[in-house]
Design a protein around this ligand. Structure first.
Ligand code: NAD
Length: 424
């Protein structure tokens, strides 16, 4: 076992540092040897491309695009494509490594990757976005492939963009290759169950953790921050299993009702109200920061990163936190929360339901077959439950928090596979 630098304790942190800090801690506990640590520390491949796009006014704008393959040790790499003005190489590198750990922790045969283009899709027409997506696909033609690197949507992209990617890739191959990308529209080979998959995985993780903590769901209360895809599905499915969801929030407002919020009504309200909860009537308005510190059994941060920090961690009253969002807790907050005895089911485990059903989409495309929603749900529930049990067992065995245990499970799997495959 060689020297691995001690993990820094950080609060507001860049995503690469946040990921590295947990990676270092888990590697040290595992006693990872120097060679494997160095291999897993750095991405396997990084591509930076310039993408000239004809804009609607006839001008040519050049965008910078990235694709980082962190690892292909477990299989073809998998990871989303982000269209956002803040995209940069450091962020894409961190998110790519995150995907390696996420796929490994749920034991699906994928490595990790991430891509992105620095652009503002909100200020671009559909035609401009389409030309950018097609240009990005062509620039990455030697990287993408159903057996090599399989992209998916992320912030700023969705099924529409994945359809353009699939079409452009297929043209270059002279045949339809729908397994080159996941998150496609259902008619193009998208999977049933994908929309709710991440929220469903959050629910399965929460139910598994509550069982260990002996929390009866029928007597339990829950607060959910973020009411987009992940938050609203998690809230809906937790409510279906007996929990009282007493608080929900989005970017603009937060609502509390001690008798429980009618989640179906909140979803209907949001959908009819331009996607926001603002003005929701069946609950009392509270502040957006208050939602994290309510006296509930379960807290689900499902909005964005760095919301639980050194500033509010000591005020958290929940017994259990299940991270629907990526990176909602800083490493400084982690220490405070661990000292308070709060259990945290970490992002790389709790929100892996999405990538699991993406994997099912790829499997169905390769089989040329379509599974029912029941089959998709049953299989993804089992994967999420098994992953939770494995991480929980590791956490008990090594007396470490679930987050470190999840990284240990993931790193150990990749390291062992690397050892078998061998390096240079
Ligand atoms: P989304 O855009 O559908 O919803 C995000 C929600 O969070 C919205 O309600 C928004 O108003 C709210 N929000 C944003 N910033 C907020 C803030 N500061 N305070 C309170 N609310 C805020 O996004 P999503 O797909 O639900 O993703 C949410 C999180 O889950 C992100 O961190 C994402 O990376 C992560 N995630 C998503 C998936 C997936 O399959 N969608 C998979 C894994 C991880």
């Amino acid at each position: 076992m060689a020297y691995i630098e001690p993990a820094p304790i950080l609060d507001k942190e860049n995503p690469f540092e946040a990921m590295m800090s947990r990676f270092q801690t888990a590697s040290q506990i595992l006693g990872l040897d120097d060679e494997v640590y160095n291999v897993l520390k750095s991405p396997a491949r990084q591509a930076i491309v310039s993408l000239p796009v004809t804009m609607d006014d006839g001008s040519i704008k050049v965008f910078e695009g990235y694709r980082v393959i962190h690892s292909t040790i477990l299989g073809p790499s998998k990871g989303g494509i982000r269209f956002d003005p803040h995209v940069n190489l450091d962020e894409v590198k961190a998110l790519a490594a995150w995907m390696t750990w996420k796929c490994a922790v749920v034991d699906i045969p994928y490595g990790g990757a991430k891509g992105g283009v620095a652009c503002n899709p909100r200020e671009m027409s559909a035609g401009e976005i389409e030309r950018l997506m097609r240009s990005y696909t062509l620039a990455m033609i030697d990287i993408f492939g159903p057996d090599k690197d399989i992209p998916a949507p992320d912030m700023g992209t969705g099924p529409r963009e994945m359809a353009w990617l699939m079409d452009e890739y297929s043209r270059t191959q002279g045949m339809t290759v729908n397994a080159v990308v996941t998150g496609k529209p259902i008619v193009l080979g998208g999977s049933l169950g994908r929309t709710e998959a991440t929220g469903r995985g959050v629910m399965v993780t929460a139910m598994s953790a509550m069982q260990k903590l002996k929390i009866n769901p029928y007597n339990a209360t829950c607060a959910v921050q973020g009411f987009g895809n992940v938050g609203s599905w998690a809230a809906r499915l937790l409510a279906e299993r007996g929990l009282k969801v007493v608080a929900i929030s989005d970017l603009n407002s937060a609502y509390y009702n001690s008798n429980g919020i009618d989640i179906e009504a909140a979803v209907k309200y949001r959908d009819a109200n331009k996607g926001t909860l603002d003005g929701f009537k069946d609950a009392e308005k509270i502040s957006g920061t208050e939602i994290l510190t309510l006296p509930v059994d379960l807290l689900v941060p499902a909005a964005t990163e760095d919301v639980i920090t050194g500033n509010n961690a000591d005020k958290i009253q929940a017994k259990l936190i299940v991270e629907g969002a990526n990176g909602p807790t800083s490493s400084k907050a982690d220490n405070i929360i661990n000292e308070k005895g709060i259990i945290v089911a970490p992002d790389i485990l709790a929100n892996a339901g999405g990538v699991t059903v993406s994997y099912f989409e790829w499997v169905q495309n390769r089989l040329g077959y379509k599974w029912t929603a029941e089959r998709v749900n049953r299989r993804s529930d089992r994967i999420m439950k098994d992953a939770f049990d494995h991480v929980y067992k590791t956490s008990v065995e090594y007396k470490v928090p679930l987050r470190i245990a999840a990284y240990m499970v993931a790193i150990d799997k990749v390291a062992k596979t690397y050892k078998y495959r061998g390096g240079f």
